[in-house]
Design a protein around this ligand. Structure first.
Ligand SMILES: Cc1cc2nc3c(=O)[nH]c(=O)nc-3n(C[C@H](O)[C@H](O)[C@H](O)COP(=O)(O)OP(=O)(O)OC[C@H]3O[C@@H](n4cnc5c(N)ncnc54)[C@H](O)[C@@H]3O)c2cc1C
Length: 398
């Protein structure tokens, strides 16, 4: 492994840190912006303001071309960005889907007219975007998707149902995968016959229903299409070539695990600091001490795993199998920290958000249930393990 940063990388780090020192403080306090009575809306308004500020400093879309306000960042600069942002505990991004996944796909596959229509609104946080892939019968087996788009003049007529679509109720636009060739599934070629469509979420024939999640939050939705007419001019890439477009976006989702090992380490440090104040006796328990030490060691191993992946990319080698391993480490360790949180803090750890005695504004109780998503999102644990068993360990199939 080669950890040496180039002078260019060091300058990148310094420029970002200096910019954060000036611009972050006014966003650091939660709840200063927006609607007092609606927490979800308040969070989104804060994220919108933060993304606008990032964009002004050219720090919103670091991988985009310079002509589009980006920095054409290298892989190592992406790692530096993720680590510096995690250490600074910056707010979330309003349009994370748009900036990291959908925007790059529009840059890659979109026509000039499509780029002019959609990229400015993604960058300046004017319009929120969602990503509509999963269906009731197509999650891990995404290529089994059946929401149908039938050609009719200048439009596609879309019918079907998508599920677990994050923030679809807030989105003006969505990138959806639909089936344009229904014979492909019967032909045993289900990856063919899929098309990527950009959908105006306000079209007639689209119904978005919010699903309350395990934490009580309202993050994701069901999206039903009932004869919704989507202009063909909104197709991204060629008809029946949507799988290629989709694999591009999922590829972007898996970049950036480096910052997660830093965030998890910060979370563990915060937990120990909170325990020192609220339940210091727990830190003398040999079982708890053992769990903290094991966790700390695993976090350090994960940091080195990410460094090895980065080092391989820089040498032009495939970062395999580090990427699925890092995904598994993230899922398992974020759930381990969440469980440790409620165990260390005892009854105080499960007091819910908003209550007068809730420690850290109820973060630990909320985190305990919220972190379950890490073994489902961006590829479930079982599917990642199948991939490693099959392709890395080459275990025999039964
Ligand atoms: C917080 C959150 C946000 C999300 N946001 C979005 C979004 O914005 N857009 C979007 O399109 N989707 C989104 N999703 C959906 C997510 O992509 C799917 O939940 C995921 O792909 C799994 O699909 P599924 O839920 O249909 O589960 P399934 O694929 O049905 O899996 C159910 C169980 O079976 C296991 N399993 C499946 N196949 C195999 C196999 N071959 N071998 C062994 N075990 C297997 C899985 O590991 C899992 O435990 C989101 C999900 C979550 C939790």
């Amino acid at each position: 492994m080669d950890f040496a940063a180039t002078q260019e990388d060091e300058e990148f780090r310094l420029e970002l840190q200096t910019w954060l020192d000036t611009n972050l403080p006014e966003f650091a306090a939660e709840g200063e912006i927006g609607d007092e009575n609606n927490a979800d809306r308040r969070i989104m308004l804060r994220r919108q303001a933060w993304q606008r500020r990032l964009h002004e400093g050219r720090w919103a879309a670091i991988n985009w071309p310079k002509s589009w306000g980006g920095r054409e960042a290298t892989v190592s600069q992406n790692t530096i960005y993720a680590e510096v942002m995690a250490r600074a505990k910056t707010p979330g991004i309003y349009n994370a889907n748009g900036l990291w996944q959908i925007g790059p796909m529009i840059l890659r596959w979109g026509t000039e007219a499509q780029q002019q229509q959609w990229l400015p609104g993604i960058l300046n946080a004017e319009e929120h975007w969602c990503q509509g892939f999963t269906e009731p019968g197509a999650g891990s087996d995404l290529a089994n998707l059946r929401t149908q788009a039938v050609s009719d003049g200048d439009d596609y007529v879309v019918n079907g149902r998508k599920i677990w679509i994050s923030t679809a109720h807030l989105a003006k636009w969505g990138l959806f995968l639909v089936r344009t060739d229904p014979t492909a599934i019967d032909r045993g070629a289900k990856h063919e016959g899929i098309t990527a469509l950009i959908v105006d979420m306000e079209l007639p024939g689209i119904e978005v229903t919010v699903i309350r999640d395990i934490t009580g939050g309202e993050l994701f939705c069901e999206v039903a299409f009932d004869d919704a007419r989507v202009p063909k001019a909104y197709r991204l890439g060629e008809e029946n070539e949507g799988w290629k477009v989709a694999m591009g976006t999922l590829g972007h989702e898996r970049v950036g695990t480096a910052g997660l090992s830093v965030s998890m380490r910060i979370e563990l440090d915060n937990l120990i600091a909170t325990a020192r104040v609220h339940n210091p006796d727990a830190l003398n328990d040999p079982g708890i001490r053992d769990r903290i030490a094991r966790l700390w060691t695993q976090l350090e191993l994960t940091r080195l795993l990410n460094a090895r992946a980065l080092s391989k990319i820089l040498k032009g080698q495939p970062n395999w199998p580090e990427v699925p391993l890092a995904k598994l480490q993230w899922s398992s360790l974020s759930q381990t920290i969440a469980e440790l949180g409620v165990d260390i803090l005892g009854p105080l750890g499960v007091l819910s958000r908003g209550g007068p005695d809730a420690v850290d504004k109820g973060h630990w109780g909320h985190n305990y249930v919220w972190q379950r998503y890490t073994s489902i999102g961006a590829g479930t644990t079982e599917v990642q393990k199948n991939i490693i068993a099959d392709r890395a360990i080459k275990m025999p199939r039964r």
